[in-house]
Design a binder for this molecule. Structure first.
Ligand SMILES: [Zn+2]
Length: 255
């Protein structure tokens, strides 16, 4: 976070204009033509992470959770609501943080309005305890090495924040599979989720940074302002967006 804060401040620094006007006139040839307008200083457009964008607080809309950034407290439980909408297949009674639920309902309605059809909500909020069971099940299914890239240890999952959701469109196949990214619904999600404050969190070929294989179905709510900036900046990971270290592996072994 410090690196981002420093980058943000440094990005706004400009040379005082007097430094150009006070140069010795006999040596004009040494200087760039000062009659030309100076180029705009490079200002890093991303928002100041402090204090409006806390990345460390579990209940922050902007919290960054990855293999190096467990939730604090590790068994954090957010306030959640069941996501209910006639525009979504919410047969699984998925829960999300209220603000993320509202945005998902808006996105579901847009998907229907724009001809994609109903998105299915496969997984939303997952508790610390449930994530522990899920991770153990993944190890049994895939072995530990692959499980580590497919699932998170408890306390390290975005799903525990109530801000992450897995979506699908079962009638197009590829339910919670990488080929979802090539379906009509998957393409629509990847191109439009930002309009509703969501981003595709684990994009193709970003495993060395995110620690996870491609998950075109896993969306993270970050709010519309940030999602728009992320989209316009063509970012692929939140780690790069905020200037955080890559998180391919767990910081401390929890074995
Ligand atoms: Zn997920």
């Amino acid at each position: 976070m410090l690196a981002v804060a420093a980058g943000f401040l440094f990005g706004q620094m400009t040379l005082p204009s007097e430094s150009v006007e006070q140069k010795p006139t006999n040596f004009d040839f040494l200087y760039v033509d000062s009659t030309q307008p100076e180029p705009e200083p490079a200002v890093i457009q991303k928002p100041d992470p402090l204090p409006n964008f806390p990345l460390d607080e579990a209940d922050s809309l902007f919290v960054i959770v990855n293999k190096q950034r467990p939730l604090d407290p590790i068994d954090y439980t957010p306030e959640t609501v069941v996501v209910e909408s006639e525009f979504l297949d919410n047969s699984r009674e998925i829960e999300l943080a209220p603000i993320a639920a509202e945005a998902m309902i808006e996105m579901g309605k847009a998907a229907v309005d724009e001809g994609i059809g109903k998105l299915k909500l496969n997984s939303g909020f997952r508790s610390f305890e449930y994530q522990s069971e899920l991770f153990i099940a993944k190890i049994e299914q895939y072995g530990e090495a692959e499980a580590l890239e497919r699932s998170a240890k408890a306390g390290h999952s975005e799903h525990q924040t109530g801000l992450a959701i897995d979506v699908s469109k079962p009638s197009e196949g590829c339910e919670i599979m990488q080929c979802f990214g090539n379906t009509e619904a998957g393409i629509w999600v990847s191109e439009n989720a930002w309009r509703f404050g969501y981003i595709v969190r684990y994009e193709l070929d970003q495993t060395p940074i995110t620690g996870y294989t491609y998950e075109p179905w896993h969306l993270r709510f970050v709010g519309k302002e940030l999602a728009e900036e992320y989209h316009q900046g063509e970012y692929k990971t939140l780690e790069e967006f905020w200037g955080l270290p890559a998180a391919a592996d767990y910081l401390v072994s929890l074995e």
